[in-house]
Design a protein around this ligand. Structure first.
Ligand code: IVH
Length: 676
């Protein structure tokens, strides 16, 4: 019986958990544990009727989930009915006319393409910001939202004592482009569109990074018991006077002709706006009439969204080429007959991976549809099979690396193909060096990608360690590189010897080891020798380091070529251990404790508390369990957590007691900036 099988697996995993976390005596390898957990996850997914909120799979889920408090919406966050045709807008208009049987006005607004947010104000102060979540409850992201400068924290004028206002958080195009440029330079995965970038940013655990992302917000919907106006437009105008950003592109329309003119005007003018829009929203203006029309199960009958068509073009696929990145990931790119799309000439489109090529059933010479939705890089969405006269060769993903000829590999569970020849494949070598010298790594001035290419072509650079044996006369001898640049490079190389250990770990370019993971590794192992010797078991014991990263680190240090490189870097004088100062800043007051943070705090932000816990040797976990040592409890702690804590007998520690427990009265200066 499947039920028995599920139960047996749960018991077994619980026992292993107990052995590991309580007894500190694991009886099974992490690899075997993960395999069993995966098996259970699959069984549970196939048999939702046996769901149990206390299953070991749920513990994993909630621990991974971010540390945001879940909050129930007072008014559910509904979505809007969607249409792509003006005929359906007409149908909507008719339904409203018949439903009301009296005169009515429609408010036409732009449909902003970001991530929705609901703000609660009490006596003119922002008290809570919650994401849409599943519509009934969302994440409390107040700390992050407070960093958005265009959102008023205190209102001005004559506002009601209690109300909610909803709107859209957006990342302006200019910020999005800049962020992606930076990510590209770091070979980090790019955000596909500003919407993803905005929602990703809002879910980050560090409000300081959120603040640097320069998000913006427009508001379009007010809710509350006693709103000041019976007109939607009236409430928005008042909200503007209290300090909210309300779009200027809002118009009251009485006829379908006026609505149609609004659509046509903004389908063109929206391209000049600083933020992304994907349609317009029509709303009945009178709140009384809104009430009379009511709701369907999912959306209001008094509003509808008209979505702009994504711009499309048809063109010919001439060939597919393959690009190899720093990590060895191979990206297929379609070469097309040039075609005009949204004001630019498109010649190339991303094909993402082998599965997508297969799903499209692509053949050379096919006429393909190219679309530029909210995405920056156009994509091929379909093949016009009727236009096939002679069928060209089927596009088959390559088997060997186009740069070095090595056989490509595909990691389990990943869509991308990789060239494994990381130490001899030219774009990978050059990419590794570009990463090594980049700003957030060794920050070596003067060594841009062109110079690296020049040095590579002249056999002066084959490995990151070669950077430290570059000689001024060798550099000056090169064409295009004057003596000033040569001295510049030398100075930059010298200065990089002071770069702290955690950044050196990041600079090595170990797969899956980004900036944050590098810091975690540096703080956990203290020096390169210890990191070199670390085992998968030791690595996964570090907070937020999973099996995939651990395997990659072990594999990196198992390669003698990498050890040789590290030894050369050591000889060159790079920082290969954590500075004394940082070592000492790390305390052990919370060593071995699992702590849940819940509620809102007065003296420090949640992120500061998280950093304090980690710096004192503790572990910050997301959900309460019998293994939780205590809860650092602020005000308005979530009722679920409170209930669970009571039933498990987990004690609550308030802010002041917590700070005295670690013997620090004002840790801000000591703690922020060190870990993050
Ligand atoms: S009104 C009950 N107005 O589109 C209706 N929504 O599918 C509340 N959106 O969740 C929404 N611009 O995230 C409204 N001017 C606008 C909007 C807008 C963008 C988003 C919002 C909503 C979704 C509806």
């Amino acid at each position: 019986m499947v039920k028995d099988q599920i139960e047996a697996l749960r018991r077994e995993l619980e026992q292993h958990n107990y052995n590991y976390y309580v007894l500190s005596a694991p009886s099974i390898s992490d690899f075997e544990f993960d395999a069993k957990l995966k098996e259970l996850q699959e069984l549970e997914a196939a048999h939702p009727e046996f769901f149990d909120s206390n299953s070991p799979t749920q513990r994993v889920g909630s621990d991974i989930a971010s540390g945001f408090e879940q909050v129930a919406h007072v008014y559910p966050m509904l979505s809007l009915g969607n249409t792509y045709s003006e005929a359906e807008v007409q149908d909507f208009y008719e339904r409203v006319r018949k439903g009301l049987n009296e005169e009515f006005e429609l408010v036409c607004e732009l449909k902003y393409d970001g991530t929705s947010i609901s703000l609660t104000y009490e006596n003119g102060s922002l008290v809570r910001a919650v994401t849409r979540g599943d519509g009934d409850k969302g994440d409390d992201v107040t700390a992050n939202v407070k960093t958005i400068r265009s959102i008023p924290l205190r209102l001005k004028g004559n506002y009601p004592p209690n109300f909610e206002i909803r709107g859209e958080i957006l990342m302006p195009w200019s910020v999005f482009d800049e962020l992606n440029r930076e990510r590209e330079a770091q070979e980090e995965q790019l955000f596909a569109n500003p919407r993803n970038a905005a929602s990703g940013t809002l879910k980050m655990q560090n409000p300081a990074i959120v603040a640097s992302r320069k998000l913006d917000a427009y508001f379009y919907y007010m809710l509350g018991e006693k709103l000041p106006s019976d007109l939607h437009s009236g409430n928005l105008m008042l909200a503007r006077s209290w300090g909210f950003k309300i779009s200027d592109a809002t118009k009251i329309c009485k006829t379908l002709e006026e609505v149609s003119a609004f659509i046509n005007q903004w389908d063109v003018e929206r391209k000049n706006l600083p933020v992304a829009t994907d349609g317009i929203v029509l709303k009945v203006n009178s709140l009384t009439q809104q009430k009379n029309l009511g709701y369907t199960a999912k959306s209001p009958r008094w509003a509808i969204a008209y979505k702009f068509q994504a711009e499309k073009a048809v063109t010919r696929l001439n060939s597919v080429s393959y690009q190899v990145g720093r990590t060895g990931a191979v990206t297929p790119v379609a070469n097309l007959d040039p075609v005009q799309l949204s004001g630019t000439t498109v010649k190339r489109a991303s094909l993402h991976n082998a599965d997508i090529i297969e799903a499209l059933d692509l053949h050379i010479g096919d006429m393909v549809f190219v679309e530029k939705g909210g995405e920056i890089i156009p994509k091929i969405t379909a093949v016009d099979k009727d236009a096939r006269v002679l069928i060209g060769d089927k596009v088959k993903f390559i088997k060997v690396c186009p740069e070095c000829g090595a056989n490509l590999i595909r990691y389990e569970g990943e869509a991308a193909h990789y060239c494994p020849n990381e130490n001899a494949c030219p774009p990978q070598i050059k990419g590794k060096m570009e990463h090594f010298v980049s700003r957030k790594a060794m920050n070596i001035d003067g060594l841009g990608s062109e110079t690296i290419n020049l040095l590579y072509q002249n056999d002066l650079l084959r490995n990151i360690a070669d950077i430290y044996s570059l000689k001024i006369p060798d550099l000056i001898r090169l064409e295009r590189l004057g003596s000033k640049s040569a001295y510049n490079i030398q100075a930059g190389v010298e200065k990089s010897k002071e770069v702290p250990f955690e950044r050196v770990v990041f600079a090595l370019g170990i797969r899956f080891v980004g900036e944050t993971v590098a810091k975690k590794l540096a703080f956990a192992f203290h020096n390169i020798e210890a990191l070199e010797k670390s085992t998968v078991e030791e690595l996964v014991a570090v907070d937020e380091i999973g099996e995939r990263i651990a395997q990659s680190v072990v594999q990196y240090f198992a390669d003698p070529l990498n050890i040789e490189t590290i030894n050369k870097l050591k000889e060159a004088g790079l920082q290969m251990s954590l500075s004394e100062e940082k070592l000492q800043a790390r305390g052990n007051a919370l060593e071995g404790l699992s702590i849940v943070i819940s509620g809102t705090f007065k003296m420090h932000s949640r992120d500061e508390y998280k950093a304090i816990i980690e710096q004192q040797g503790g572990k910050n976990v997301g959900s309460v369990s019998s293994k939780t040592s205590f809860i650092l409890a602020g005000e308005n702690m979530g009722p679920e957590k409170l209930k669970k804590a009571e039933s498990l007998g987990v004690k609550l520690v308030d802010e002041t007691s917590f700070l005295s427990m670690i013997n620090i009265e004002n840790p801000t200066t000591e703690f922020t900036g060190l870990l993050f």
